[in-house]
Each structure stands twice: as structure tokens, then as C-alpha cells.
Design a protein. Structure first.
Length: 257
């Protein structure tokens, strides 16, 4: 039988290895350690979102995540969602930020696929066509029903990842799989510790995002200890690791492309 001491040592070793991998990735990309002030950091388009004018007649829903600004990017990501209905020539972008007023939900705070203060975003979901069109009213309803519109805590939540997880639960057709380093995605009120996983396609038990277990179609099996998540994605084989997020096959939920 494995002793408690061995488990603790193993957990610490896993954290150190994961942090080392995150540091290496950041150094290789050169995005986290530029030394730029936040106001001078890159915010232009990453060239990922399709041209909304060229695809005027196509509904589009996309979800992005990028490392947070500065050293925090070694630890966590910031997600957001963009969408447009058929006939629209502009995207609407929604995310949660902690500064600039009492209301934390922001619309069109930045470019649809813009660099997040120097960090290039990764695409998590890309849905187009009639199914995307059908999702949009439900996404808008989920945004309106977010239970923490005036509250933000970087750790353990609620924060931008809590917001995106709320949308994922309300719209499971998104097939949203937030990475393990989306700190705050597992935040749940003490009065509701059990419910759907962030993808809306699994179950979760979580105490304020500090201790919990998630089992889902998109997430696989994931354990949360003090907001640090680790687990295994079975259907799209990968390790789910703190700081790193995902180590294995890339995964983007796609439909209508």
C-alpha cells in the first residue's frame, strides 16, 4: 500500500515537473518574458478567427484561451468566447476581467482573436453553421445568468474561467474542454458542491474550487487539489496537468467546418 508520505512526495514532484514544462514552453515562445509593461504588450489579431465578412452568411462560435499576463501565464489561462449570427459581419466577444468597473463581464473588450497582453491564444472550440446558430441564443442566456457578475477572485474563483465553465454547462453542444490550468473553472458555491462538469457532459463535486473530482466525456477524469488540477483525458489521449494544461494530443471541438 502506498503511504501518505509517498503520495505527498509524488504530488510535489508532479507539480515541480509540470511547472518546469510550463516555464520551458514560455521561454520557447518568448511571449511571457518580454519584459513589456501591460499597456505596451501585444494585443493585435492572432489571425485565427475567420473573416466575418467573407463568411457573412455563416453563424460562427469560437472559444479561445491564452496564458494570463506576465508570470501568471506560467500558472493559468484566460478564456473568452466570440460568436456571430448568420448575416452579421462583426463578432461579439465576451470575457470576464477584474479591472475597470464593478461589472466584470465585458463585451468586445478586445479583438475577437487578439493576443492577450503578449500571449497568443489557442482555439478550444470552433462551431459553424446551423448548429452554431442554434447555440447563440443559449450562450447569450448563459451570459445573462452568470451568478457572479460583480465578483472576481483570481484564486480559487470566481473568475474568467468560472464564467466560461458556466457557459459550457449551459450549452453542452459547445463540447467545451477547459484545460487543467484554467484555474477557477471548478469553482462552485458551498451550497451547490455537486453538479455538471464545465463541459456540461459529466459530473463534478467541488468545494469552492479548492478540492474536487470531475468525470466527464470531454474532461476524462480530473482531480482538483487547492485549485491545481491533474488527470487523464481518455477519448483524446492526454495528461491533464497543473500549469501546463494539457500534454498529449491537441483537442479542438469542431462542427460544421
Amino acid at each position: 500500500m502506498i503511504s501518505g508520505r509517498a503520495l505527498i512526495i509524488g504530488f510535489i514532484c508532479l507539480l515541480l515537473l509540470s511547472f518546469g514544462q510550463s516555464w520551458y514552453r514560455a521561454k520557447q515562445s518568448g511571449e511571457v518574458f518580454t519584459g513589456e509593461q501591460w499597456w505596451a504588450a501585444r494585443r493585435d489579431s492572432a489571425g485565427i478567427a475567420p473573416d466575418p465578412v467573407a463568411l457573412r452568411d455563416t453563424a460562427i462560435v469560437q472559444v479561445y484561451a491564452a496564458p494570463t499576463y506576465g508570470w501568471r501565464g506560467l500558472v493559468a489561462v484566460h478564456p473568452w468566447i466570440i460568436f456571430k449570427k448568420a448575416g452579421d459581419i462583426h463578432y461579439s466577444r465576451y470575457d470576464v476581467v477584474s479591472w475597470g468597473g464593478d461589472e466584470v463581464i465585458r463585451r468586445d473588450y478586445a479583438l475577437p482573436d487578439g493576443y492577450w497582453y503578449g500571449s497568443r491564444p489557442a482555439l478550444l472550440a470552433d462551431h459553424r453553421g446551423p448548429r452554431a446558430e442554434a447555440m447563440i441564443p443559449r450562450i447569450e442566456a448563459a451570459i445573462r445568468s452568470y451568478p457572479y457578475p460583480h465578483t472576481y477572485h483570481a484564486w480559487p474563483g470566481p473568475n474568467s474561467n468560472t464564467f466560461m465553465a458556466h457557459i459550457g454547462r449551459r450549452v453542452p453542444e459547445l463540447q467545451l474542454d477547459l484545460p487543467a490550468n484554467a484555474i477557477g473553472k471548478d469553482y462552485r458555491a458551498l451550497t451547490h458542491p455537486v453538479g455538471l462538469s464545465p463541459s456540461g457532459q459529466g459530473v463534478q463535486i467541488s468545494v469552492l474550487g479548492l478540492l474536487g473530482l470531475t468525470v466527464g466525456v470531454e474532461e476524462g477524469v480530473e482531480v482538483n487539489i487547492l485549485g491545481l488540477n491533474m488527470g487523464v483525458d481518455v477519448l483524446s489521449p492526454a495528461l491533464r496537468l497543473p500549469f501546463v494544461g494539457r500534454l498529449g494530443y491537441d483537442k479542438v471541438a469542431r462542427d460544421g467546418i
